[in-house]
Write a protein of this length. Structure first.
Length: 164
């Protein structure tokens, strides 16, 4: 479903397991900070709302969206998190740089999901303009950070259920 047809902050709370015993890493890009700060706040607050403890949410900032993959790998290798949420925003400009960054991050997060035994959540906004980013970072279409947090909780729960 296209994002413009769904509110990113809407979910059925009954379908979300408790995050009380889960530990999360959140990697946040410093590029486009008005957007990425809003994504982070959405993810962080949603994790807390679903029962995660503040001390079980580790945050790492990276310079740009391209560095999300490296930041996520570092968190996975050096901590005991159950999932890593990757949050960033790339807004299309006049050069093909947008395509390279988006493809690189997408492939990088996919590789992390294959390599590690924990989920890495794709919370990267890839928008055509600033307004689209604002709409998806707490604006009229909700907050991609909320959606990423719910996805992380559900994937950790799946991982735990399958291990048993």
């Amino acid at each position: 479903m296209a994002t413009n047809l769904k509110n990113l902050s809407s979910y059925d709370e009954k379908s979300v397991p408790s995050a009380e015993k889960m530990k999360f890493g959140i990697v946040v890009s410093e590029w486009n900070p008005a957007i990425t700060d809003a994504l982070y706040k959405g993810a962080y607050n949603t994790l807390l709302k679903q029962g995660a403890k503040e001390e079980n949410i580790l945050v790492a900032h990276v310079p740009g969206s391209f560095e999300l993959t490296a930041g996520a790998r570092i968190l996975a290798k050096k901590t005991d998190v159950d999932a890593v949420i990757c949050l960033g925003c790339v807004i299309q400009g006049d050069t093909p740089h947008f395509n390279y960054v988006c493809q690189g991050v997408t492939q990088g997060i996919t590789q992390l999901n294959v390599k590690f035994k924990i989920p890495f959540i794709f919370g990267l906004l890839t928008t055509l303009n600033q307004q689209q980013a604002e709409d998806r970072a707490g604006g009229k279409l909700g907050n991609k950070g909320d959606e990423a947090a719910i996805t992380a909780i559900k994937m950790v729960d799946l991982n735990c259920r399958i291990k048993k």
